[in-house]
Design a protein around this ligand. Structure first.
Ligand code: COI
Length: 348
């Protein structure tokens, strides 16, 4: 692996107390190109704009996928990744669906560790602070034929972050018209286009006073899927319900970690389809206690209300919510403040 050192770090110009998510990037980036049927030699080089031919296939047909992960610094200054094996596995799953070549897992881990090691000063300690890591792959071949490209690039870039969403009440709209992902589509992949397709309906929902959309199944709009940047959990009665992963739902690393933690705390977790009518009924009969989203960027995000077909529903207020307890359990593992019985933490 080639490493080209920076001349001078940019870190002194960064205001770590006022970070806007994903707008400031660290000193280094990882790059590797695919051509003639093989990946070339990976490089870690100073973060900088890249050159791309205007006919680069990704710009035309959206052969582009990404991942989201984080590096954390504990109170002793040690740096940790959280389940990085899951991210490269999912990146390759997404790659398969988008007809992008597989990237070797060992090369990914080696590059990731070297990159984070070089950028370790960019990670602030303290719960909530982290280095958001964005691996991505795209078709770089200069060609507008509507067929899989023959050249690709994988990159990893890093952004120091605090929290993803501003605090305040989060209200979501349940989709009854637009869809995120059909059965048989790319919903389970972290395909760039899955996100592009959400922006317009989400903007309409924002104009109505919501922050995000809860997507429902594309065929009937009866069953709850995910929120686009988050998987979803519903605490109804004494059960925690989350949709099963499927063709159209992202297999979230935070989601599956929370399921394990909740089960180990004796909480009954049901991984099953939840219909909108069951949710509305639970809200009306007061058995709905909490809704929260989960994701690498948001960690765990409590939702305070939802709207469906013009009607608004408010969640009960709770001082000691399950969402916040699960968030605290998860972040304690991520920031090395507690034992990690699951073996999820990986030292850099
Ligand atoms: C993540 O949690 O890493 C995501 O994928 C959300 C991202 C679109 C900001």
């Amino acid at each position: 692996m080639i490493i080209r050192p920076i001349q001078k770090s940019k870190i002194e110009s960064v205001d770590f107390d006022n970070l806007s998510f994903g707008t400031i990037f660290s000193d280094y980036m990882f790059v590797c190109d695919y051509a003639d049927g093989a990946w070339g030699e990976p490089e870690i080089i100073p973060y900088a704009p890249i050159q791309l031919d205007p006919s680069a296939s990704a710009l035309h047909y959206g052969q582009a996928i990404f991942e989201g992960m984080k590096a954390y610094k504990d109170d002793h200054g040690d740096v940790w990744l959280f389940r990085p094996d899951q991210n490269i596995k999912r990146l390759n799953k997404s790659a398969e669906r988008l007809a992008i070549p597989q990237f070797p897992e060992d090369l990914f881990q080696e590059g990731l560790h070297k990159l984070i090691d070089l950028d370790r000063d960019w990670i602030q300690s303290g719960i909530g602070n982290s280095l958001y890591i964005r691996p991505f792959m795209f078709a770089s071949e200069a060609c507008v034929q509507a067929s899989p490209a023959k050249e690709y690039r994988i990159m990893i870039i890093c952004a120091p972050v605090s929290s993803y969403y501003n605090s305040g009440e989060v209200r979501v709209k349940i989709a009854d018209h637009f869809s995120r992902a059909p059965q048989g589509g790319t919903g389970y992949a972290k395909a760039a286009g899955n996100y592009a397709g959400q922006f317009y309906p989400t903007q309409l929902a924002i104009d109505e006073g919501y922050q995000q959309i809860i997507w429902t199944d594309a065929a009937t709009h009866q069953y709850i899927e995910e929120a686009g940047t988050m998987n979803l959990f519903f605490y109804i009665g004494d059960k925690l319900i989350t949709a099963p992963t499927s063709d159209s739902i992202l297999d979230g690393v935070t989601r599956k970690s929370l399921i394990e933690i909740a089960k180990d705390h004796g909480i009954e977790v049901e991984t099953r389809q939840l219909s909108v009518s069951e949710l509305v009924e639970a809200s009306k009969n007061n058995s709905l206690k909490e809704i929260f989203g989960s994701g690498t960027a948001v960690v765990v995000l409590p939702i305070h209300g939802f709207g469906y077909k013009g009607e608004n529903f408010q969640l009960p207020k709770s001082e000691d919510s399950l969402a916040l307890r699960l968030r605290s359990d998860l972040t304690s593992i991520q920031y090395n403040r507690t034992d990690d019985p699951y073996g999820w933490r990986v030292k850099v």
